[in-house]
Design a protein around this ligand. Structure first.
Ligand code: SAM
Length: 283
């Protein structure tokens, strides 16, 4: 009997992958947590029926959410990561010896439990002595913070369910407050290919531009996310992501990456016209 996992990428388009075996399947207080082993993408994490992480293409997402801001400000010492329960973002941050302190705020301990058990390649740095894990809502956590971080990475689920509050003016305003005067915020910024989140994400762009002086969007090719064309939001109080790129300094760190490089850094901020038009709708 053939077993396939399918995810609706829009109301009328489905993405399916053939499954070898199910490794984990539990319901937490927040979401349905499943880990499967698949023929094409290796082990995959699925939350509430949505593909979050696959062993085959997670390197792209985790390279791009971490190394783009780190190449703009290699002096980052204190980082706040919201979500990130699979640990891939933490793994990439821990490759920087200059980073001194990482607070990871993940609402669902069951995601961390499942990934520690079945996704060791992404969860491998969760016990790094610099990492402090708080199991709570990132929206509430950030209310208490002031001028504390150089970098905030919002590695969240989609803008509904537990992740909904992480796409609000309150949240971004509190992130601004939690960052110091050279702070950078990067968030997973969905896609504009399907209609699903276009309106939401153009509102996010509008909100970020009202709060931060420098706001950009960059892109990456992530095969298992809806349409494969994925976006990241970049906002900063100080650094321009292209003019302030410190390519020589970053390359001098000798961090080997499978996807990110400093030429691609310059290219990924050059968006297609239809994406620019859709994101500027609510300006
Ligand atoms: N890279 C994936 C992506 O782009 O979709 C997401 C990685 S990670 C699995 C997303 C995490 O965000 C999940 O573990 C989820 O529990 C967590 N999360 C969702 N809402 C949250 C909230 N309000 N506060 C903290 N963590 C949250």
């Amino acid at each position: 009997m053939e077993l396939w996992f399918s995810e609706f990428h829009s109301k009328y388009a489905k993405f399916s992958i053939k499954v070898k075996e199910e490794l984990y399947n539990k319901k937490s207080d927040f979401q349905h947590v499943v880990i499967m082993d698949t023929f094409e993408f290796g082990r995959v994490l699925v939350l509430d029926g949505f593909l979050m992480v696959t062993e085959k293409d997670e390197f792209i997402y985790h390279d791009m959410i971490v190394h783009v801001p780190m190449a703009v400000n290699p002096d980052v010492k204190r980082v706040l990561v919201i979500g990130a329960g699979d640990g891939g973002t933490i793994r990439e941050l821990c490759r920087y010896p200059t980073i001194e302190h990482i607070d990871m705020v993940e609402i669902d301990p069951m995601v961390v439990e499942a990934c520690r058990q079945h996704l060791p390649r992404t969860a491998c740095s969760l016990d790094d002595p610099r990492v402090n894990i708080y199991f709570e809502d990132g929206l509430k956590y950030v209310r208490r913070k002031q001028n504390e971080y150089d970098l905030i990475l919002v590695d969240s689920t989609d803008p509904f369910g537990p992740g909904e509050g992480l796409f609000t003016r309150e949240f971004y305003g509190n992130c601004y407050k939690a960052l110091n005067d050279r702070g950078i915020l990067v968030n997973q910024h969905e896609s504009t290919f399907y209609d699903e989140y276009v309106d939401k994400m153009s509102h996010v762009q509008h909100m970020l531009k009202e709060i931060f002086p420098k706001v950009n969007v960059y892109q990456a090719h992530i095969p298992t996310y809806p349409s494969g064309h994925w976006l990241f939001g970049y906002a900063s109080k100080h650094f321009d992501p292209i003019k302030d790129l410190q390519a020589d300094r970053w390359n001098g760190l000798g961090i080997k990456t499978k996807y990110y490089n400093t030429e691609l850094h310059l290219g990924c901020f050059a968006l297609p016209n239809y994406v620019k038009e859709l994101l500027s709708r609510n300006e």
